[in-house]
Ligand binder design. Structure first.
Ligand code: SF4
Length: 493
């Protein structure tokens, strides 16, 4: 599709809205005062200004069918943003008319819809006004607005209990036992990078120590610890124990509200590793089958069995964690709506405290399709997600955090559900960007939050080898920069 601009350059948002209708298509961009001579499909978006006001016009042609919209924006402090939003809405309406698709999140393309909802509520909008605004101005469906609203309300208690001057620690273990075909995460397989793990562990411990000394010096409270990956349990029990001990020896953990270790791949979970996690203070784990269909696991190259998931889950359950999370993915290649519903029922039957339902990211799925996998349709994925949200609510699970990724199948979302007051604090803090996260390890990014509008990020090298080799020159230097900024934030500068 060709996107033709005139009188503005709102390329980023407009492309994002176009992608809601054509997720895997590449777009061509051009500037012209009309669409004449441009081949189909196209969308033309124009702004003409007179006396500070804007006359807006959008038209689109797809498969011989034509749609157009006109609008205007008066001068205001938010003029540019208003013009951009109006053009996006007009394009949404044209493309919706021509394709028959009505993306449920409307023109909202950001990853954090709950943040928007919380902001609107905090500005004094009541729920009715909020629902009206989301439908009228942003074209969000009532179901998605309700979901975001519920998540915002469920987060409130946790957010308000956040200790002052607290930070979270994220520990990156970017290794996996093998690579799943749908994954775009920067992780390295243990098979090929096995030799790096001991040195990686040592460097990681060094970075933990540097980070802890900054936290001590500034008198900050460590609120949560989160081990993510990759698959943190891909490394052996001794290495995991060394890293976790380094944390407990370097930080004051007495005020910790939560300690999570992702044990994502069931084939990496052993009793020894579960014991290491428990004995070092870990009180939450995530064990993720993604589906309970063996044929789907095989089709997506996730090299473990359904039986291994149940074994890993039983080990975690016996260890008495405060919460176990189980991840499922809707829309995996070769899966069906019935198959997904069976997976969901199988997971619910285990009664985990948390269940997170993801919609497959289409970009990754497109790679799978090229390699021969049959992909669920967007409508199918939407049905799966809608079924999951209803079924989980009926079983007493409440949505508590929600995020969207680019190119998700059917323009759906990822939602974390909890039961019994076991919401993951780190997940909320991270997603809503309300707390500083000090991150260690390859691919990790430290995020220093001064306030909603002032968030600075400090990135570590992406790959373990790069991280090890450039530790002294890059990692240590970035830690220093981050510590300076952290001090400024603590001192209110
Ligand atoms: S286990 Fe997770 S992070 Fe690792 S390759 Fe598979 S999907 Fe990606």
């Amino acid at each position: 599709m060709t996107l033709i601009f005139f009188g503005h350059n709102f390329r980023y948002e407009i492309e994002a809205v176009a992608k809601l209708f054509f997720p895997v298509r590449a777009f061509e961009f051009m500037t012209a005062d009309g669409p004449e001579g441009v081949g189909e499909p196209f969308c033309f978006l124009s702004r003409k200004e007179e006396g500070g006001a804007a006359e807006l016009y959008v038209c689109a042609k797809i498969g011989g069918a034509f749609a157009e919209r006109r609008g205007s924006v008066n001068p205001s402090a938010d003029y540019e943003h208003e013009c951009e939003l109006s053009l996006c809405r007009m394009m949404y309406e044209c493309l919706s008319t021509l394709t028959g698709i009505r993306p449920e999140w409307g023109v909202l393309t950001g990853v954090r819809p709950v943040k928007l909802v919380s902001r609107l509520l905090s500005r004094g909008m009541n729920e009715e006004e909020l629902c009206g605004y989301m439908a009228r101005e942003l074209f969000v469906s009532p179901e998605k607005t309700r979901l975001a609203l519920e998540a915002a309300k469920n987060q409130r208690e946790i957010i308000s209990a956040q200790p002052k001057n607290s930070v979270s620690l994220y520990v990156s273990i970017p290794f996996c036992p093998s690579r799943c075909a749908y994954c775009s995460f920067v992780s390295q397989t243990v098979e090929s990078f096995f030799k790096l793990i001991p040195e990686y562990g040592l460097r990681l411990c060094e970075e933990i120590e540097i980070t802890a000394s900054a936290v001590r010096e500034l008198g900050l409270t460590l609120d949560t610890v989160y081990f993510g990956g990759g698959t943190p349990t891909a490394i052996d029990a001794g290495q995991l124990d060394m890293i976790m001990k380094k944390i407990s020896n370097s930080f004051d953990l007495s005020a910790l509200r939560e300690y999570t270790v992702e044990a994502g791949r069931p084939d990496t979970v052993t009793k020894e590793k579960i014991d290491v996690i428990r004995s070092n203070g870990g009180d939450r784990v995530s064990v993720n089958p993604q589906t309970l269909s063996q044929s789907v696991l095989d089709a997506v190259g996730r090299r473990h069995t359904v039986g291994q998931f149940f074994e890993a889950y039983a080990l975690a359950e016996k260890a008495g964690f405060k919460a176990i999370n189980v991840d499922l993915i809707a829309g995996l290649p070769t899966d069906s709506c019935d198959g997904f519903c069976r997976s969901l029922s199988g997971v619910i039957a285990l009664k985990p405290q948390n269940i997170t339902v993801h919609a497959l990211s289409v970009k990754r799925a497109a790679d799978l399709m090229r390699s021969g996998g049959a992909l669920s349709g967007a409508g199918e994925a939407a049905k799966m997600i809608s079924h999951a949200e209803k079924e989980l609510a009926a079983e007493g699970y409440r949505p508590y955090y929600l995020y969207r990724q680019k190119n998700q199948l059917g323009n759906q979302e990822n939602v974390g559900f909890e039961t019994g007051g076991t919401a993951g604090i780190y997940n909320i803090n991270m997603m809503e960007e309300i707390q500083t996260v000090l991150a260690v390890g390859a691919g990790a990014s430290t995020k220093i939050v001064a306030n909603e509008r002032d968030i600075r990020r400090y990135y570590n090298p992406k790959y373990p080898l790069e991280y090890i080799k450039r530790f002294d020159e890059t990692v240590a230097a970035r830690k220093k920069e981050a510590a300076v900024r952290l001090r400024e934030v603590v001192e209110g500068k």
